[in-house]
Design a binder for this molecule. Structure first.
Ligand code: GDP
Ligand code: MG
Length: 153
């Protein structure tokens, strides 16, 4: 299988609201594999790198404050087409535009408190994983359920 990985994070509001479990469960239930996880309060410098492409936006300063306001649950998930599918599990950036059944569509209202992050392209996923995790923090393991989730390897 062409193995793909994505960076998913439960933002500080999601952690405070007890949503780590429900968010992990959605990815686990779908069949994706967790290969890295940690709780971290990111520094301003770290977040400015993570959101570098948004540095000219009017909400940038508030976004950095919000994201650094407490622990974030940072994760790497692996599986077929997990980058695009992860985004659809999260829902639209603006929770009010997110379909019910998505994480943001079920758990959030404001765009500035949208509880989760997910990489939006494979190349960004690679950069984000390298920014948030060391190589030795990402596990390589075979899911016991693999052959029941995928028809072909
Ligand atoms: P994402 O990839 O769906 O997270 O969306 P973006 O990459 O466009 O934006 C990153 C994050 O910035 C979003 O998840 C929001 O938390 C925040 N954000 C985006 N647009 C706005 C906005 O118009 N206002 C505020 N306050 N925050 C925003
Ligand atoms: Mg984005």
């Amino acid at each position: 299988m062409t193995s793909e990985q994505t960076f998913i994070a439960v933002k500080p509001d999601g952690v405070q609201r007890g949503l780590i479990g429900p968010i992990i469960t959605r990815f686990e239930n779908r069949g994706f594999k967790l290969v890295a996880i940690k709780l971290v309060t990111p520094s301003k410098e770290h977040l400015e790198k993570h959101y570098a492409d948004l540095s000219d936006k009017p909400f940038f300063k508030g976004l950095i404050t919000y994201m650094g306001s407490g622990p974030v649950c940072a994760m790497v998930w692996e599986g077929r087409d997990v980058v695009k599918t992860g985004r659809s599990i999260l829902g639209a950036t603006n929770p009010l535009a997110s379909a019910p059944g998505t994480i943001r569509g079920d758990f959030a209202i404001d765009v500035g408190r949208n509880v989760c992050h997910g990489s939006d392209a494979v190349e960004f996923a690679k950069k984000e994983i390298a920014l948030w995790f060391g190589k030795d923090e990402v596990q390589s393991w075979k899911q016991a359920s693999f052959d029941w989730i995928y028809e072909k390897p």
